[in-house]
Design a binder for this molecule. Structure first.
Ligand code: FES
Length: 189
């Protein structure tokens, strides 16, 4: 089930660790990156590559909320509902997302594009209220900002409005010199 590329990616982690087993977390990430969630086949294949019993692989994955145990949408939107975010309106943002997406927490839109769920504090409290979309974190949310983020994602574009951490924000930062004058493309766009 895992592609040759993903299997090679997992094998590429092994030299970094003293034991194969120690590479379990990046290996599970790699499997989830490809498949979108972790199922019995993924546990078996990761176990085969790391010389682990699939039951042990599944047991470790079960400990971590960020590993999905069921099919997810293309974009997994997680709303932080811990104290700082609650005080800054997280419940209102969650309600806004429910209405925008037409789903409840734990559900996926019919087109398979979005899954909505909550998450524990990802430690960006100074930007509360916060959501995470896959590996990207967004802060200082407002209903208008959520609308713009969803519109960009629906259009297949990187959503950068309100982003505070993640691969796209890192890429953006790399284009913006320290003097703040903007990169080749003028910066955020
Ligand atoms: S409470 Fe939401 S980011 Fe910390």
């Amino acid at each position: 089930m895992l592609s040759e590329e993903t299997r090679e990616r997992i094998l590429g982690y092994l030299p970094r660790y003293r034991t194969k087993r120690a590479a379990i977390l990046p290996a599970l990430w790699a499997a989830q990156d490809e498949v979108g969630w972790l199922n019995t086949e993924a546990y078996e294949e990761v176990g085969e590559l790391l010389d682990m019993h699939p039951t042990d692989v599944a047991a470790i994955a079960s400990f971590y909320y960020m590993f999905h145990k069921q099919p997810m949408g293309q974009y997994v939107i997680e709303v932080c509902n811990n104290l700082s975010c609650e005080l800054q309106g997280a419940s209102d943002m969650l309600e806004h997302l429910r209405q925008e997406l037409g789903i409840q927490e734990g559900q996926t839109t019919e087109d398979g594009q979005f899954t909505l769920r909550h998450q524990e504090c990802p430690c960006y409290c100074e930007f509360a209220p916060v959501i995470q979309v896959n590996t990207e974190t967004y802060g200082n949310l407002t209903p208008e900002r959520i609308k713009r983020i969803l519109a960009d994602l629906r259009a297949g574009k990187p959503a950068l409005d309100g982003v505070v951490h993640g691969p796209d924000s890192a890429a953006l930062a790399a284009k913006v010199p320290l003097d703040g004058q903007g990169g080749d493309d003028g910066g955020a766009g």
